[in-house]
Design a protein around this ligand. Structure first.
Ligand code: KE4
Length: 435
């Protein structure tokens, strides 16, 4: 709402809802990064979404670049997806028994990512990575896990070490409540430093069950792998019999139909997925080589289970979404939209002489408010988070909703049109004068 030329965002109902929420829910939110800890202020409570737009409980409307942290690549409430979910839930939401829908979603994923010979559905990205780690340990009969600083793989005990996303935003990259015993087998190395991996594996490669990596990192902002990095990980893991896990929960079907692995033409041993494959409903999955996956219960000894795994409602949402994403022209459109936005935002920073480093891949992008390139966690943490907070609130006031943290990605959906993107750039041009 603009009042005498000054944009005044009325958020009384969000504020009231937040006060009430804190009575019942720790921090008033069901996931920490939503609490605006990284940018200050009161979280916005939303009541509906349609296309690229969100509406909050005070009836303010926003162009949404969070997209529920990645799942909504088609935009909110995509009509054909909603219709198919409605049909599915009318027939029952969960049977706790196999359905043909699970097979269909598995087929769609396997078609897009041939490295996935078999796949197991779970209910979140965290479950996917937790299960993948257990499987790698069971398969190799080794305990060691290598992860990378600033990468976030969900709130798995053994992986909440120097974790990114909300853990970094809230300054708790290592959480209390995790016994030292649970993380003594976890080695956290700098992202993009292949020599560090080579050195550790030369010394104790035979004790390492797996390396888990966000092949493109999206939880310290968007950080791209250096030339040869992913290839190096593949070569080192092959040499030492280590399971290579690509955590593509965020990047799967986001950066390309076949994920990061299709762009860099690298076959991981296991891939973890989530977000987009659930089409906005809770789904995670882990899949990979048959010889590894067949170690999972009930045909193998590594146990993993889930009451609502593969439920027909979530499977239908995923199927409806992935069937639309089979159209290759969609990724071209997403790339063009994202390039338009990224180029425009970069020009605003240059013209306003705001030091910034911009990254983009597929339809995820990031503006780091910093003087230097961001290639890992150490350089990401040097960003001017106060300036990011001013950017966030300035854009929010004007009706543009970015991630409430510098250490996240922005997402463009198929529903973002040139009109919305150009308006976003124009709004940023205005906001840039005051940050
Ligand atoms: P979930 O358990 O939140 O479904 O997925 C965990 C996860 C695993 N791997 C990657 C690469 C991820 O990005 C995530 C979750 N992403 C964050 C956003 N950066 C979720 C947002 C939140 O924590 O609320």
């Amino acid at each position: 709402m603009v009042h005498f030329g000054i944009s005044i965002l009325i958020t009384e109902k969000s504020k009231k809802a937040f006060t009430e929420a804190q009575e019942f829910i720790p921090g008033g939110v069901n996931s920490p990064v939503r609490a605006f800890g990284g940018v200050g202020g009161t979280p916005i409570f939303f009541k509906s979404g349609s296309g690229c737009q969100l509406t909050d409980v005070d009836d303010n409307k926003y162009v949404d670049y969070v997209g529920s942290w990645g799942p909504l690549i088609l935009g909110h409430a995509e009509p054909s997806v909603v219709a198919r979910i409605q049909d599915a839930v009318a027939k029952g939401t969960s049977f706790g028994a196999p359905t043909e829908l699970e097979v269909r979603l598995a087929q769609l994923i396997k078609e897009a990512m041939p490295s996935i010979e078999k796949i197991r559905m779970v209910n979140s990205g965290t479950e996917a990575t937790m299960s993948a780690i257990r499987l790698a340990r069971g398969f190799t009969k080794r305990d060691g896990v290598i992860k990378f600083e600033g990468c976030y793989h969900g709130h798995v005990d053994s992986l909440l070490v120097q974790a990114g996303s909300g853990a970094t935003t809230l300054g708790a990259p290592d959480s209390p409540g995790i016994p030292q015993d649970f993380v003594k087998h976890t080695i956290s190395l700098p992202y993009n430093d292949i020599e560090a991996v080579r050195d550790v594996c030369a010394r104790c490669g035979k004790e390492i069950a797996c390396i888990i990596v966000e092949a493109v990192a999206g939880n310290m902002g968007v950080v791209l792998p250096k030339k040869g990095y992913l290839e190096g990980l593949r070569e080192i893991t092959q040499k030492h019999g280590i399971v290579l896990i690509f955590d593509e929960v965020m990047t799967g079907f986001r950066v390309a139909h076949g994920g990061v692995q299709s762009i860099y033409n690298i076959k991981p041993d296991i891939t973890t997925l989530g977000k987009i494959i659930g089409g906005g409903l809770p789904v995670g999955a882990y899949g990979g080589k048959k010889e590894i996956m067949d170690n999972i219960s009930p045909i193998g000894a590594v146990y993993q289970a889930g009451t609502l795994s593969g439920n027909p409602a979530a499977m239908t949402a995923g199927i409806a979404t992935l069937e639309i994403l089979k159209d290759p022209s969609i990724y071209k459109k997403l790339e063009e939209k994202t390039k338009r936005l990224a180029t425009g935002m970069e020009k605003v920073c240059n013209d306003a002489k705001i030091p910034a480093y911009h990254t983009r891949i597929g339809s995820m992008l990031c503006t780091f408010f910093t003087e230097q390139p961001v290639t890992d966690y150490a350089t990401a943490k040097k960003c001017n988070t106060k300036r990011y907070a001013k950017f966030f609130h300035g854009m929010l006031e004007k009706g543009y909703y970015f991630a409430p943290s510098q250490f996240e990605a922005a997402f463009v959906s198929l529903a973002h049109g040139e009109k919305e993107i150009d308006a976003t750039i124009a709004a940023f041009k205005d906001v840039a004068k005051n940050i």
